[in-house]
Design a protein around this ligand. Structure first.
Ligand code: HEC
Length: 212
C-alpha cells in the first residue's frame, strides 16, 4: 500500500513540471513581450529615435536567443551584409587629415538622447576613446576594445592597411561579426569623410598615436 502511494507521488512530479511549462511562456515569447513593453514605454517623439527600436537584419542574427553561438552560415551572412553596407568617400581618398581625426577620436558627443530628444549637432564625435586607449599617457581611456596606441607603427600605412582600417571603422562586423564595436559608418553616425580623418589618425606616421 505504502509502495503504491509512493509510486503515485513520483508520477505527480513530472506531471506537475509539464503542467508548469504550459503555464509559463517560453523564452522567445517572453522576449517578444519584453520588447513590446520596452517599445511601448519609449515615448520619444522623433522618428530617428523610434527607428532605433527596429533591429536591422544583421542585428537580428546577432541577437540570438540566450546569446547562443553563431553558426558558420550566420557569421558569413553578417560579414556579407557588413561588406555590402560599405560606402567609400566621393573623393576616393581613404586617408584624410589626422588632426581632424584626433579631435573626432576624443569626442564622445552626438546622437545622444537628452530630455527625450535626439541631440542636435553639426557633426557627431567618433567615440573611439570611450572604448580604446589611444595616445600614450592618456589616463581617462576605455578598455572595451584593444589599445590602438602605436597602431600605425605596428602595421604601417600601406594602401591595404588604409582600406582595412576604413572598412573596420565603417562597419566593424566586416572583420568580426557581431562584435561590440559599433558600426559607425553603416549606422550613419559618421560620414565617409570623417572616417578618412580617423584612418589618418590611426596610420599617419605624424599622428600622436604613433609618435608620442
Ligand atoms: C563601444 C566600444 C567601441 C567604440 C566606441 C569603438 N570601438 Fe573599436 N573596437 C571595439 C571592440 C570591442 C573591438 C574588438 C572587436 C572587433 O574587432 O570588432 C574593437 C576593434 C577595433 C579595431 C581593430 C583592432 C585591430 O587590432 O585590428 C580598430 C582598428 C578599432 N576598433 C578602431 C576604432 C576607432 C578608430 C574607433 C572610433 C571611430 C572605435 N574603434 C570605436 C570597441 C569599440
Amino acid at each position: 500500500m505504502r509502495k503504491t502511494r509512493w509510486k503515485w507521488t513520483m508520477l505527480g512530479v513530472p506531471v506537475s513540471i509539464a503542467a508548469g511549462c504550459v503555464t509559463y511562456p517560453d523564452q522567445a515569447t517572453t522576449r517578444e513581450m519584453t520588447e513590446q513593453m520596452v517599445s511601448a514605454s519609449f515615448s520619444a517623439p522623433a522618428p530617428a529615435l523610434l527607428k532605433r527600436l527596429q533591429q536591422d537584419p544583421s542585428q537580428q542574427i546577432c541577437s540570438k536567443l540566450g546569446g547562443a553561438q553563431l553558426t558558420q552560415d550566420e557569421a558569413a551572412q553578417v560579414v556579407k551584409l557588413a561588406r555590402d553596407s560599405i560606402k567609400f568617400p566621393a573623393s576616393g581618398k581613404l586617408v584624410g587629415d589626422w588632426k581632424v581625426g584626433d579631435q573626432l577620436a576624443h569626442d564622445g558627443a552626438g546622437d545622444r538622447i537628452q530630455f527625450g530628444r535626439l541631440e542636435q549637432r553639426k557633426g557627431n564625435g567618433a567615440l573611439c576613446q570611450n572604448c580604446h586607449a589611444l595616445e600614450p599617457g592618456e589616463i581617462n581611456v576605455g578598455n572595451v576594445g584593444p589599445p590602438l596606441t602605436g597602431y600605425g607603427l605596428q602595421r604601417g600605412n600601406s594602401e591595404a592597411i588604409a582600406k582595412y582600417t576604413y572598412e573596420k571603422i565603417y562597419n566593424a562586423w566586416t572583420v568580426f561579426p557581431c562584435s561590440n564595436m559599433p558600426r559607425l559608418g553603416a549606422t550613419g553616425h559618421l560620414t565617409p569623410e570623417q572616417i578618412t580623418h580617423l584612418v589618418a589618425y590611426l596610420i599617419d606616421p605624424q599622428s600622436p598615436l604613433n609618435t608620442k
